[in-house]
Design a protein around this ligand. Structure first.
Ligand SMILES: Nc1ncnc2c1ncn2[C@@H]1O[C@H](COP(=O)(O)OP(=O)(O)OP(=O)(O)O)[C@@H](O)[C@H]1O
Ligand SMILES: [Mg+2]
Length: 398
């Protein structure tokens, strides 16, 4: 379903945006910006819209007015302006509800990043509008839910979540459950060398909505960790909806001291709902410029939404001095401290291939040491008592 609309007179820009969205785009006929927002809103044939891209070339004021009207009429839509007058426009653009400004000569990857973030913001807004701003369920006996997420794939989420869960289970046997919420392509079972009898699909079935029954669907790992493994194939997972995930996490949090959640890359509906039920968010990214920049945007989004202000843990993976990026560079780009720097190490793929997490096999390697530090963050710190949910309005977004 197309949820991005473009208005531009430039064929070159239209092509770039087309490529960046892989053709999933409703473009108005090439020409000046429409007079009214109705032309933009109608472009998807009445389907809800996530992102509107407005080419402000020669019509900055009109583009800003359209953005402001869109903000009033459909506050969940994220507006991205295309302009080379960034410095002049930035302040006015933000107060007019523009989420981002990209240059007319932005590359396809740059556009992909900007539009991906815009889509993500629109989805967060829509989610917040549907569910209201969730408060924190800090009931004293509720377990601590820790979700591991990242804007991009292949950056080490599963490595971090399986090690964190095993490390916590060593400290608190039988009190930790790991949930593979990478609904379609989860590989927690593989990383832990488990052959589960039941999977997430069974755990969220109606009969599973009872703590006792649910326990029978868990797979016990040799470290004393309970695991809900991902579905065997992507098609099987299709029926799992956001409510299933919410129910499951609450049941688990009522039963376990720690619930660790591995997620799919990006902010899927399942990850968003998991975040609503999460106390601590572990954000993982790779130590390279696109990865760190992507994380910065993600953190800005969370900050703007007031989420996990005191309960986010930043892990930079694949740290390698020879790659020309220092910890100080990363800190500078992120605008905040990094909590954990995981070095690039052959020991990691070896452990994944063997299905034995580093914190299970022990050892003193540098990655193992850092992973232990991550575990300590949770065993030695209090649960975040409050978490402010998403705001309904988006002001000052970067
Ligand atoms: N510090 C590291 N050094 C070397 N290899 C690593 C490191 N961390 C992770 N890897 C390797 O990178 C690959 C991706 O890791 P992992 O599966 O944990 O990422 P992911 O974020 O869960 O990926 P996906 O988004 O596909 O779920 C794996 O092969 C893993 O062994
Ligand atoms: Mg993974």
């Amino acid at each position: 379903m197309t949820r991005t609309v473009l208005a531009t007179a430039s064929a070159a820009l239209a092509q770039q945006v087309y490529d960046a969205t892989r053709g999933d785009l409703a473009a108005l006929p090439l020409g000046p910006l429409p007079q009214e927002t109705s032309a933009l809103l109608a472009a998807t044939g009445g389907e809800p819209l996530d992102v509107v891209v407005l080419d402000a070339a020669g019509a900055a004021e009109h583009a800003l007015a359209l953005a402001a009207h869109l903000g009033q009429e459909c506050p969940t839509i994220a507006v991205v302006l295309v302009s080379d007058e960034w410095a002049d426009l930035a302040r006015t653009a933000l107060t007019n509800g523009v989420l981002d400004i990209v240059r007319p000569d932005a590359s396809v990857p740059e556009l992909e990043l900007a539009l991906g973030r815009a889509r993500h913001v629109a989805q967060l807004r829509a989610h917040a509008a549907l569910t209201g701003a969730p408060g924190n369920d800090a009931a004293s006996n509720r377990g601590r839910v820790i979700s591991v997420a990242s804007p991009k794939g292949g950056v080490g989420k599963t490595t971090v979540s399986t090690n964190l869960a095993v490390g916590l289970a060593k400290a608190a046997p039988q009190s930790v459950v790991l949930v593979d919420l990478d609904i379609q392509f989860g590989d927690v079972a593989h990383a832990l060398n488990l052959t589960p009898e039941y999977t997430l699909v069974d755990a969220v079935r109606p009969a599973g909505h009872d703590a006792m029954v649910l326990k029978t669907y868990l797979t016990l790992h040799e470290t004393g960790l309970y695991v809900i493994c991902g579905a065997e194939n992507p098609a099987e997972a299709d029926g799992i909806n956001a409510e299933d995930v919410a129910n499951l996490l609450e049941l688990l949090a009522a039963e376990f001291r720690y619930v660790v959640v591995d997620t799919a890359p990006g902010m899927s509906e399942h990850t968003l709902v998991a975040m609503d039920h999460t106390n601590d968010l572990v954000m993982v990214t790779s130590m390279d410029v696109p990865g760190v920049r992507g994380l910065r945007k993600e953190l800005d989004t969370l900050t703007d939404l007031g989420m996990f202000t005191d309960a986010r843990h930043i892990v930079i993976n694949f740290a390698d001095p020879s790659r020309g990026l220092s910890a100080a560079d990363v800190r500078g780009t992120l605008g905040t401290d990094v909590d954990l720097l995981l070095p690039l190490s052959k020991a990691v793929p070896v452990s994944v291939n063997q299905g034995v997490p580093l914190l299970q096999s022990g050892g003193r390697g540098p990655v193992t040491k850092q992973l232990r530090r991550l575990v300590d963050r949770f065993t030695s710190s209090p649960v975040a008592e409050t978490r402010t949910g998403p705001r309904r309005s988006w002001v000052g977004a970067r």
